[in-house]
Design a protein around this ligand. Sequence first.
Ligand SMILES: NC(=O)c1ccc[n+]([C@@H]2O[C@H](COP(=O)([O-])OP(=O)(O)OC[C@H]3O[C@@H](n4cnc5c(N)ncnc54)[C@H](OP(=O)(O)O)[C@@H]3O)[C@@H](O)[C@H]2O)c1
Length: 228
Amino acid sequence: MRDTKRPYVICHMMPSIDGRIVTRDWELKNASREYERTAATFEADAWIIGRISMEPYAGKARLPARKSREPIPREDFIAAHEASSYAIAIDPSGKLRWKASDIDGEHVITILTEGVSDDYLAFLQGKGVSYLFGGKSRIALAKVLPKLRAHFGIRKLLLEGGGKINGSFLAANLIDELSILVAPIADGSIGTPSLFDVADRRAQARNLKLLSVEKRSDGIVWLRYNVR
Ligand SMILES: NC(=O)c1ccc[n+]([C@@H]2O[C@H](COP(=O)([O-])OP(=O)(O)OC[C@H]3O[C@@H](n4cnc5c(N)ncnc54)[C@H](OP(=O)(O)O)[C@@H]3O)[C@@H](O)[C@H]2O)c1
């Protein structure tokens, strides 16, 4: 039985035929358009990605030193916003330097650990970026997901990489569905991120149930699975 207190999670990714996901050197004309077009069909309320994947979208704002020495309590902060869709980052130590509180109109939420500095929390509040605490020193995804639903009404969430965050969701058994656009690329680069990179070797391999197979433009194949 699915836990309805948390959002339904669809992992949407475009790997090469050998499961690699760093697209930088791939020569594929319409890949990102196909990726976004397919993502839009899910009508999700939010997308979530790891700190490394979020870096190009977040920006490089300066982190000002705070004048006040008043400690900031480790309490979730919901910034004022009018958006009804959300861009979410997992950034345990507060490395992302947000230049704005939205990405293309989607309100930014960042998931932190309690170890981040007060200066960083003041920076986020000043920028109007919402933040949730996911744990003291490690992020417990199973505790974060119900908060996304309770505080922001997020019912359907697209998990969009990279490999580490996907691997953490897989290991925590928090993926309901996989949406994989297999790119017609044999990548072959040893040691680069792949679809699921799970640090914990004890994490079980998951069986998948094939839902559909569809040929898309430019030799891309769209595979959908339920995660059992
Ligand atoms: N082809 C595609 O569809 C696709 C889609 C998305 C991304 N990508 C590519 O994937 C690459 C990045 O993948 P990646 O695996 O290196 O990085 P990633 O998953 O984007 O980010 C990993 C980082 O996020 C934080 N993080 C993720 N899961 C966490 C957890 N459970 N608990 C605590 N922190 C967590 C950690 O940040 P700290 O290091 O700060 O602790 C970790 O180092 C990029 O090249 C990107 O372009 C490809």
